[in-house]
Design a protein around this ligand. Structure first.
Ligand SMILES: NC(=O)c1ccc[n+]([C@@H]2O[C@H](COP(=O)([O-])OP(=O)(O)OC[C@H]3O[C@@H](n4cnc5c(N)ncnc54)[C@H](OP(=O)(O)O)[C@@H]3O)[C@@H](O)[C@H]2O)c1
Length: 335
């Protein structure tokens, strides 16, 4: 089968090579999936270069631990291991697995679910990890619940949530989950994507190129920090006393990529009467079921910008890091 392989760290166009490799054989509780599509994101650009360095014990010291990049997928089951109970050849599934920039991948049954009935396989590929991260930021980080029941303030007062990076892979879901969970949502993005974020249901959209965070001039209950890692001074200016910073994105620095600012913020926020909630997404079958339900009910939808053939993985990663992508881009792995 064809797969993108990577034997060293570096710029994607230098280290990602399309090769013929052995097709994986599914284990007892695994299925072999023909990968229809796999998403690319800015995280793939960092991982290709082995950044941040502090993550190398997990990602691999000198070379990537997983030779084939890619962490989520949508595709068709072609073979099921003998102990697989819920999936059969022909099922269209989505979920997470290492090595999805390939025509086939063997995936534990428990990491897959049927794709939402109202999505194509390409749209479904743009869901799992971006949506996990957004759901967990809104529900577990911000403490919002469907109908706003997690909000301790009087009924009828919607929590005011500010989301930076609202036009990106994670942000487009975060806006929709926050709205579905009863928040008043303000999203920040560049000028050309204001229509996109407004179309996802944001109550207000701020163009960060003309109004940076420090000039917002109003306060929120929650900041979902997907871009920028603002200082505590910056956060104090946009949050009410007792407000919450939900750290999700990391910006800047090859060693820590912003996580050092998370730690400083977590240590010092109580002195500013602010709360902090770091979110490192966890892959969760239960959350995939929640997300499937919300997509099928129309509360949430993926934003798919464009697709690339598998051979153009490096170009796709460059495209998403160049800033023009609206939502997400996916690779067509089994064209
Ligand atoms: N904690 C976790 O488990 C987890 C999981 C997944 C991702 N992440 C992190 O979450 C962050 C967002 O991921 P993503 O996949 O959504 O990234 P993405 O698709 O590349 O989106 C990046 C977002 O940042 C905004 N942005 C870029 N430059 C900016 C600037 N100069 N000022 C203000 N905003 C700017 C973009 O807005 P415009 O496009 O409108 O300019 C876009 O909305 C990344 O840092 C990623 O590493 C964390």
């Amino acid at each position: 089968m064809r797969a993108i392989t990577q034997d060293s760290y570096g710029a994607p166009e230098e280290v990602m090579v399309l090769r013929d490799v052995d097709r994986p054989v599914p284990g007892e509780r695994e299925v072999l999936v023909r990968v229809h599509a796999a998403p690319v994101s800015g995280t793939d650009w960092h991982l290709a270069r082995g950044l941040p360095y502090v993550a190398r014990p997990i990602t691999g010291w000198r070379r990537p631990r997983s030779r084939i990049p890619g962490y989520d997928l949508a595709g068709t089951v072609v073979q099921a291991g003998p102990a697989v109970a819920t999936l059969r050849p022909g099922d269209q599934v989505y979920g997470w697995a290492a090595g999805t920039f390939a025509e086939y991948v063997a995936v534990p049954e428990k990491q897959l679910a049927p794709i939402p009935a109202n999505l194509t396989l390409e749209q479904a590929a743009a869901v799992p990890i971006a949506a996990f991260t957004a759901l967990q930021a809104i529900r577990d980080g911000a403490g919002l619940r469907p109908g706003g029941t997690g909000d301790p303030r009087p009924a009828g007062t919607a929590p005011r949530v500010l989301i930076t990076g609202a036009s990106g892979g994670v942000g487009t879901y975060a806006v929709q989950f926050a709205k579905a969970y009863g928040a008043h949502v303000t999203g920040m993005c560049r000028t050309s994507k204001i229509d996109l974020v407004a179309g996802l249901g944001a109550d207000e959209v701020v163009d960060y190129t003309s109004t940076p965070l420090r000039d917002l001039g109003r306060r929120f209950d929650v900041l979902i920090d997907l871009y920028g890692n603002p200082s505590l001074d910056g956060c104090s200016r946009v949050l009410v006393p007792g407000g919450t910073i939900v750290y999700v994105g990391g910006t800047g620095g090859r060693w820590f990529m912003g996580t050092d600012r998370w730690l400083r913020g977590m240590a010092l926020a109580p002195l500013r009467r602010l709360r902090t909630r770091p979110v490192i997404h966890s892959d969760s079958r239960d959350d995939l079921a929640t997300i499937t339900g919300m997509i099928e009910s129309g509360a949430v939808r993926p934003v798919l910008d464009r697709t690339f053939p598998l051979a153009q993985a490096a170009e796709a990663i460059r495209y998403v890091t160049a800033g023009e992508v609206r939502g997400q881009a996916v690779l067509r792995c089994a064209d």
